[in-house]
Design a binder for this molecule. Sequence first.
Ligand SMILES: CC(C)(COP(=O)(O)OP(=O)(O)OC[C@H]1O[C@@H](n2cnc3c(N)ncnc32)[C@H](O)[C@@H]1OP(=O)(O)O)[C@@H](O)C(=O)NCCC(=O)NCCS
Length: 213
Amino acid sequence: MVASLSRPALTDAVVVPMRRRHLRGVLAIEHVVYPRPWSPALFVTELGQRRDRRYVVALAAHGARPPPWPRRLVVGYAGVLMQVGEAHVTTVAVHPRHHRRKVASRLLVAVLAEARALGAEAATLEVRVNNRGAQRLYGGFGFVPVGIRPGYYAETGEDALIMWAHGLQSEDFAARLRAQRARLEAPGGSSGAPDLHVPWVQGRVGLDAAPEG
Ligand SMILES: CC(C)(COP(=O)(O)OP(=O)(O)OC[C@H]1O[C@@H](n2cnc3c(N)ncnc32)[C@H](O)[C@@H]1OP(=O)(O)O)[C@@H](O)C(=O)NCCC(=O)NCCS
């Protein structure tokens, strides 16, 4: 049985480039949502490759500390790797407490806009075949399934669905990103569509997001 979810968008979330100081919060989420989390060293290596990698975090205000110094927590992150005119989305993750609040959409808008600015004509990613929630998210950005990589996820033996989005430089794709941006600010929040399976994270909700510092 799947629940119907209608949650308000996290409209105060801001997306900024990922820095080393964000890694504590990033890793806390990484350990909740993935069976084989990336190591701190891997993130540091990725962050060092500034020419062809772009990593961003979503930060959200936390607690009562007022502006101009609100306490901000990392609530999600995403990355993209540029390879010969193609963008490879390497990761997208959101703290389970904030799922269905448009955080991943916000992150994807940011990394795909970066990919366009870097000249990408197309974007690709792998997603677990049974991660139907993520597949729906990617579908909203024009990604379509093109094939399967059997056993791609060595830790669980799961197959990966390969998805591609084409025409990133086209006006159609620009319009798609504009529409997604508009959804982020819509007061109504999520569509209320049923919550589809997202593997691994189910049942692990409740861990506190770590402070950004
Ligand atoms: C997949 C994931 C990144 C989605 O993050 P999110 O911030 O909840 O996604 P958004 O709120 O931006 O979702 C945007 C749209 O995607 C779709 N979607 C996202 N998660 C969904 C789910 N569990 N069930 C159904 N649809 C979902 C919906 O269409 C949603 O719009 P709606 O809520 O208005 O219906 C998040 O569940 C996550 O971190 N999962 C663990 C890590 C992971 O699986 N990453 C992807 C690896 S390829």
